[in-house]
Design a protein around this ligand. Structure first.
Ligand code: ZN
Length: 112
């Protein structure tokens, strides 16, 4: 017997039932951030996607039953990292800033 999920569409309120293999579970990238997994399910009544927060235990149960899995990107991992603090637009350029800019123009940007 296959694992099935019963839930309510968050858009139109219709009762939904589907095998685990037809749903997606969105897992937060950082489990310790306090965000719960999300159940993603298409509603055939209103033709919208329904998203419902579920417990980690339910997520594990659905994944073991064949649900697809998405992992949200880790915001800290996709945020651009500056090698140093970006210069303040209020601060005038120093001689070191100008030297670094010319070095970057000659060897950094122009050779890429
Ligand atoms: Zn619906």
């Amino acid at each position: 017997m296959s694992t099935r999920i019963r839930t309510t569409c968050t858009v139109c309120g219709s009762g939904l039932e589907a095998p685990a293999g037809r749903v997606l579970v969105d897992l937060p990238a950082a489990p310790d951030a306090g965000l719960p997994p999300q159940l993603l399910l298409h509603c055939p009544v209103c033709d919208h996607g329904s998203t419902t927060a579920i417990s980690w235990a339910h997520a594990a149960y659905l994944l073991a039953g064949g649900a697809g899995c998405l992992t949200s990107p880790d915001v800290a991992a996709v945020r651009p990292v500056y090698p140093e603090l970006p210069p303040s637009p209020d601060r005038p350029l120093t001689l070191d800033d100008l030297l670094e800019l010319h070095e970057e123009l000659e060897h950094g940007l122009l050779t890429r």
